[in-house]
Design a binder for this molecule. Structure first.
Ligand SMILES: CC(=O)N[C@H]1[C@@H](OP(=O)(O)O)O[C@H](CO)[C@@H](O)[C@@H]1O
Ligand SMILES: [Mg+2]
Length: 546
C-alpha cells in the first residue's frame, strides 16, 4: 500500500476536524456537505473489503427517504447483502480518523482483517438523483483509484438495482446479467409469464398509479415501462420534473403521516402506491368512496404475498417451510392474522433490514417486510432447485402450473434486497391472479390504530433494549412504567427505542380500536409516555405520567 500516495489523495478530500459520524443501520447519513471525506474513505474501504472477500463490492450513494439536502453511503457485500457488522466498525473508525491518522487506520484495518493487498479489487458504484450525489460518487471513485481498485460506475440506479448488480457479478451471471437491461429483462419476463393466464382483462386491474417521491424510481420505472406495458400500465406521479425529493410525498411520508402524497390525483378506489427516494420501499394506498384514506403497509404486503405462496405450496404438495419475519413495528393485527388465521410462523427481529434478511435465510421460503414497506422474499438454494425441478418433472397439469408460478415468483423477487419495482410487480401479479381489488386486499384484517413519534433527547443511547427491541433494559423503571400503562388498554402494546439512523428516540404504541376512539392512543403516546421518556433521558426527577 502506497501510504504517501494515499495521504496525498486524501488531502483533496479533507476531514473537517472533530466531526464524528457513525456507520448506522443504513450506512452513513447526514447533511451532504459533511460527507466528501467519508465518500473518499468508503472508496478505500470498499477496495479492502473486495480484496478480503475476493469479490465485487458495491458502494451506493443515497440517503433514501431523508431530505434532499442530506446524503449518505453504504457498502454492499458480495451476495448483495448489507455490510458485515465487523466491517461496519472498520467503516466508523476510518471515517472518524483525523486526517494525519487516516493512512495508519487504513493499514490497521487491513492487518486486522487479514487482507491480502496483492489481490485484485473490483467495485461497482451507484447513486440516486440528489443534486450532491454525482460529485460525492466521484469522491468514492477517487478513493477506489487511490488504492488501485478497478471499478464500474452504474451512475443513476435504484439501491436494489445496485444490490442486484453485485449479486449477479459474484455468481458469475447465474443470478442474472449485471446490466440494467439484464435487470429489466429478468423481471419483465417473470412478470409476463406469471400473469399471462390471468382471466381478468378489465383496465382496473391493469393500471396502477405510482408516487415516485421525486426520486430515482421515476427514471427507472420509465425505462422499464415498455417491457411490461402489455401486462400493466403504470402512471407516474412525483417523477422529479417539478417537486423536491421526498417532500410531502413518497413511501416514508405516506406511512408516517398516514395521508396521501401531494402531487398525485387519486380517484376513489383507484390502486395507488408510493416508493421512497431510492426505491427500496413501497406502500400501497387508496381513497374509499367517502374520501377516506387507506394505507396498505409492509405488513399487509407480507400477508398478501405469504398467503399466495402458501396456496401455491399446498397446490404442488411439497413440504417446503415458510416463515414470515417482522419487527416490533408490525401491527399486532397482522401478526395475529398470520399466526392464527393463516397458520404461518412469525418471527420478530430488531429494526433494520439486515436483521430481517438474516432471519429470513433460515427458511425454505422466508418472507420479510418492515411495516414501512421494505422487504422481499428469499428462497433457499434447496427450495429453488426443488421448485425448478418440479416444473420439469410434474405431470399433473395443475401442480405443474403451480410450480411454474413459483418459479416465476423466484425470478420476480429481488433476492438481494427489498425492491419497490420488483415488489410492485409481484403484488400486481398476485392481485390479477387472485382477482382481488385493493379494497378486498385491505379487508384481510383491520389494523389496530397506532402512533409512532420521535422524541429529541440529549443522549438517546441512555435507552437500551432487549427482546428484539420490545423491552427496555435501561433506564431503570421505564419498562415497568410502560407495562403499567399498556395494562389499562385492550390489545395494547408500546415500546421505546433509540433510532439507528436519526438522533431521536422512537416511541410506538397501538391499542384496540374500541378504546382508541376515546383517545387512549393519544393518552399513551402523547400525554404520558413521551414526557416520561424525555424526563428520564434528560435526568429529570419527575414521576412518570405527570
Ligand atoms: C421505525 C422505522 O421505520 N425505522 C426505520 C429506520 O430505522 P431507525 O433505526 O428506526 O431509525 O431506518 C432504517 C433504514 O432505512 C429502516 O430499516 C427502519 O425501518
Ligand atoms: Mg430507501
Amino acid at each position: 500500500m502506497d501510504l504517501d500516495a494515499i495521504t496525498e489523495y486524501s488531502a483533496l478530500h479533507p476531514k473537517p476536524s472533530g466531526l464524528i459520524l457513525q456507520y448506522g443501520t443504513a450506512g452513513f447519513r447526514t447533511k451532504a456537505e459533511h460527507l466528501d471525506h467519508v465518500m473518499f474513505r468508503m472508496g478505500l474501504l470498499a477496495v479492502l473489503r473486495s480484496k478480503q472477500t475476493k469479490s465485487t463490492i458495491g458502494v451506493m450513494v443515497t440517503a433514501s427517504h431523508n431530505p434532499e439536502e442530506d446524503n449518505g453511503v453504504k457498502l454492499v457485500d458480495p451476495l448483495g447483502e448489507m455490510l458485515a457488522p465487523s466491517w461496519e466498525e472498520h467503516a466508523t473508525c476510518l471515517a472518524n480518523a483525523e486526517e494525519q491518522d487516516m493512512p495508519r487506520v487504513l493499514m490497521d484495518i487491513s492487518v486486522k482483517a487479514a487482507v491480502n493487498l496483492q489481490q485484485d479489487a473490483f467495485i461497482v458504484i451507484g447513486r440516486d438523483t440528489r443534486p450532491t450525489s454525482e460529485k460525492l460518487s466521484q469522491s468514492v471513485i477517487d478513493g477506489v483509484t487511490a488504492l488501485e481498485g478497478q471499478f464500474h460506475d452504474y451512475g443513476l440506479v435504484t439501491t436494489p438495482q445496485l444490490h442486484y448488480m453485485v449479486y449477479c457479478r459474484n455468481t458469475s451471471g447465474q443470478y442474472g446479467e449485471a446490466t440494467l437491461e439484464g435487470y429489466y429483462q429478468k423481471l419483465s419476463k417473470a412478470f409476463m409469464e406469471l400473469t399471462k393466464q390471468t382471466l381478468c382483462s378489465e383496465d382496473e386491474y391493469r393500471s396502477v398509479k405510482v408516487d415516485c417521491a421525486n426520486g430515482i424510481g421515476a427514471l427507472k420505472l420509465k425505462e422499464m415501462e415498455h417491457y411490461v406495458s402489455q401486462g400493466l400500465s403504470v402512471q407516474l406521479f412525483n417523477d422529479g420534473t417539478k417537486g423536491k425529493l421526498n417532500h410531502l410525498c413518497g413511501a416514508d411520508f405516506v406511512k408516517s403521516h398516514q395521508k396521501p402524497p401531494q402531487g398525485m390525483e387519486m380517484k376513489s378506489n383507484e390502486r395507488c402506491c408510493s416508493f421512497d427516494g431510492d426505491a427500496d420501499r413501497i406502500v400501497y394506498h387508496y381513497l374509499d368512496v367517502d374520501g377516506h384514506f387507506h394505507l396498505i403497509d409492509g405488513d399487509k404486503i407480507a400477508t398478501l404475498i405469504s398467503s399466495f405462496l402458501k396456496e401455491l405450496l399446498l397446490e404442488i404438495g411439497e413440504s417446503l417451510n415458510i416463515g414470515v419475519v417482522q419487527t416490533a413495528y408490525a401491527n399486532g393485527s397482522s401478526t395475529r392474522y398470520l399466526e392464527e388465521v393463516m397458520k404461518v410462523p412469525v418471527y420478530c427481529t430488531k429494526t433494520g433490514v439486515k436483521h430481517l434478511h438474516h432471519k429470513a435465510q433460515e427458511f425454505d421460503i422466508g418472507v420479510y417486510f418492515e411495516a414501512n414497506g421494505h422487504g422481499t422474499v428469499l428462497f433457499s438454494k434447496a427450495a429453488e432447485t426443488k421448485i425448478r425441478q418440479l416444473t420439469k418433472e410434474l405431470e399433473d397439469e395443475k401442480r405443474k402450473a403451480a410450480a411454474k408460478m413459483l418459479e416465476n415468483v423466484i425470478d420476480l423477487f429481488n433476492q438481494a434486497a427489498g425492491d419497490a419495482i420488483s415488489d410492485m410487480l409481484v403484488i400486481e401479479a398476485i392481485l390479477m391472479l387472485k382477482d382481488l381489488t385493493i379494497q378486498q386486499w385491505d379487508a384481510l384484517y383491520m389494523d389496530l390504530p397506532n402512533r409512532q413519534l420521535k422524541v429529541k433527547v440529549a443522549d438517546r443511547q441512555v435507552i437500551s433494549t432487549t427482546d428484539a427491541e420490545r423491552q427496555v433494559v435501561t433506564p431503570p423503571g421505564l419498562q415497568e412504567a410502560i407495562n403499567d400503562l399498556v395494562k389499562k388498554y385492550k390489545l395494547s402494546r408500546a415500546f421505546v427505542r433509540p433510532s439507528g439512523t436519526e438522533d431521536v428516540v422512537r416511541v410506538y404504541a397501538e391499542a384496540d380500536s374500541q378504546v382508541s376512539w376515546d383517545g387512549s392512543i393519544e393518552k399513551m403516546c402523547g400525554e404520558s409516555l413521551i414526557p416520561w421518556v424525555v424526563g428520564v433521558v434528560v435526568g429529570e426527577k419527575r414521576k412518570p405520567f405527570q
